[in-house]
Ligand binder design. Structure first.
Ligand SMILES: C[S@@+](CC[C@H](N)C(=O)[O-])C[C@H]1O[C@@H](n2cnc3c(N)ncnc32)[C@H](O)[C@@H]1O
Length: 292
């Protein structure tokens, strides 16, 4: 902790004004965020970045951007603050069954794949950049429905990963505002229970879903592999195009033979991978790993 920071902590400093956020501060912060998360902050988001920083700085009674930078990059004490800052800067907007065409595609794919494989296995699904978990639970509800309709011993598991600890805490709770249920298609509604103005994911589904903090820039260190489905939507759009390709190249390596990578429409363009073929469907952006 810097000396300046110690001087500001405690109750002595009640009123203070923040220093100027000049071009140099902006460039420094923008570079740090992109280097650590991949998130590209366009120029029109400068005010957004500044207010995110200001909220955190006010909390710690720090008035100087340089000083706050020192604080969050401090190897011993900065990690927790960094995580809070990332929470406040990431867009966590999400919904259940957000892109219906992708879920329809997945339903057809999973039915087909269950018919073609051995009776006893587990279907492994990864929801990358899962935010507060609506996507991960939607995927679990879908797999659960399909498997309950066929006579087989196949089971399934979903892992949701995100960089945001607060989003993951919400995801783990399995509790959402009741308005969120409006987007859950009727056949899946029996997977939730209503509690006052909240909904809760039923235990049968929640037991199949787990969550973990993963930065997509650190995929090399992540032991998740042999996935049947990798679902990554509305995250790559925040990255530079070359970085999107790097990330999908790494995700592609985590698919098992015959597995699918489902992205958001338009999130990568001009991308090919020697082990994958693009699925021929205009409404979804999906790639299947060759079976041979
Ligand atoms: C807009 S939400 C998308 C949620 C969900 N996939 C959907 O489509 O509804 C984007 C999520 O990506 C996460 N994210 C941003 N940068 C990340 C990174 N470097 N590694 C992992 N997750 C990240 C954010 O925390 C946020 O929860």
């Amino acid at each position: 902790m810097s000396k300046k920071y110690e001087a500001f902590s405690g109750s002595r400093l009640q009123n203070y004004s923040l220093g100027e956020f000049d071009d140099q501060d902006y460039e420094q912060w923008r570079a740090l965020i992109e280097q650590r998360t991949g998130l590209q902050l366009a120029d029109h988001l400068r005010t957004y970045l500044q207010s995110g920083l200001n909220r955190r700085m006010q909390k710690h009674k720090i008035t100087d951007y340089e000083e706050y930078l020192e604080f969050v990059t401090d190897e011993r004490n900065g990690l927790r603050e960094w995580s809070e800052l990332v929470d406040s800067l990431t867009v966590q907007e999400t919904q259940f069954f957000r892109h219906p065409a992708s879920y329809q595609f997945l339903e057809d794919y999973l039915r087909n794949s269950i018919e073609q494989t051995e009776l006893m296995r587990s279907i492994e699904i990864w929801s990358v950049g899962c935010s507060s978990g609506e996507e991960s639970y939607s995927l679990a509800m879908l797999a659960d429905k399909i498997l309950s309709e066929v006579d087989c011993l196949t089971s399934y598991g979903v892992i949701g990963t995100d960089i945001s600890t607060s989003a993951l805490a919400k995801a783990k709770s399995g509790i959402f505002n009741a308005r969120k249920a409006e987007l859950i298609p009727e056949p899946f509604l029996d997977n939730i229970e209503t509690l006052d103005n909240k909904i809760k994911i039923k235990q049968r589904i929640a037991d199949r879903v787990c969550f973990a903090r993963v930065n997509i820039l650190d995929l090399d260190r992540v032991p998740i592999r042999d996935m049947d489905v990798i679902f990554c939507q509305n995250l790559l759009i925040y990255l530079r195009k070359w970085r999107r390709k790097e990330v999908v190249n790494r995700l592609a390596e985590r698919l098992k033979v015959g597995g699918v990578l489902v992205l958001g429409l338009g999130e990568v363009t001009d991308w090919t991978h020697p082990k994958l073929r693009q699925v021929n469907c205009r409404e979804v952006l999906a790639f299947e790993r060759y079976r041979t």
